[in-house]
Design a protein around this ligand. Structure first.
Ligand code: SAM
Length: 230
């Protein structure tokens, strides 16, 4: 279970809304039962249910079980998609090990904002489900050109359905790059030109077919995981 609180032996932590009900009604946990807690900072802890009544519960951390894993994996810059598709991408990207998700606003992006709080919650739940101890940060959505202007110069691969783009799996070996996926309507010509002007950008192909943006994100992350990470 995820908690926002620090995890220290003997220091009780309150359950987040929904956790007490989930533990009691779904998992049938009672006072004294063992659970596992993580907060993205202090590793995974064995803990006991100290009290539970309806949705009110407290947990008592007892001992560390797994050391905190460092943040790793690619940063995913994802053009804003409709709510359901964006939530799906955040869930799958978390399972595939991204370090952070940066929603970007492009000319053809359908929504002009994203619900960061909701996406952060989905990232936490996905981390919980796939047993990763670090939780990817979901950043505020920023316009593509702002993100490019502030870029630190580290390698950025841009999935672009252009014939001349190299297949992602054929990129020369190197450190884990960040990944940019375009919106359902694709990048505009000026956006692609602006991207191509940056020396840190490599345009990559994900095959001969036009994938939906969410499929493109998952397929590119799977290739990056298989070719240069874990
Ligand atoms: N509307 C665009 C078109 O018809 O040309 C298609 C955009 S596609 C649905 C959404 C995004 O997924 C693209 O901007 C790109 O980032 C990525 N994508 C989809 N298929 C791809 C492929 N075969 N190679 C590389 N990127 C791809």
């Amino acid at each position: 279970l995820y908690t926002d609180h620090d995890l220290r032996e003997g220091e009780a932590v309150p359950a987040a809304p929904g956790q007490g009900r989930y533990l009691g009604a779904v998992m049938r946990k009672k006072e004294g039962d063992e659970i596992l807690l993580f907060n993205g900072r202090d590793g995974e802890w064995k803990a006991r249910v100290a009290s539970i009544r309806k949705d009110e519960a407290t947990f008592m951390p007892e001992s560390p079980r797994r050391a905190q894993t460092p943040l790793a994996g690619p940063v995913l810059l994802m053009a804003a998609l409709k709510r359901e598709a964006m939530e799906w991408v955040v869930e799958k990207a978390t399972e595939l090990g991204v370090r952070a998700i940066h929603p970007v606003l492009t000319t053809r992006a359908v929504p002009d904002r994203v619900n960061r709080a909701r996406l952060s919650l989905i990232a936490r739940e996905a981390a919980e489900q796939c047993e990763r101890l670090d939780v990817p940060d979901v950043a505020e959505a920023v316009p593509l050109y702002t993100a490019l202007g502030a870029w630190d110069g580290t390698p950025l691969v841009v999935a672009a359905e252009r014939r001349e783009a190299v297949p992602l799996a054929a990129l020369p070996p190197g450190p884990m790059p960040s990944l940019l996926i375009g919106p359902e309507g694709g990048f505009t010509g000026p956006e692609l030109d602006a991207l191509a002007r940056h020396p840190f950008v490599a345009m990559v192909s994900l095959g001969p077919r036009i994938l939906r943006a969410e499929t493109a994100a998952v397929s590119a992350l799977a290739v990056l995981q298989a070719t240069r990470g874990d």
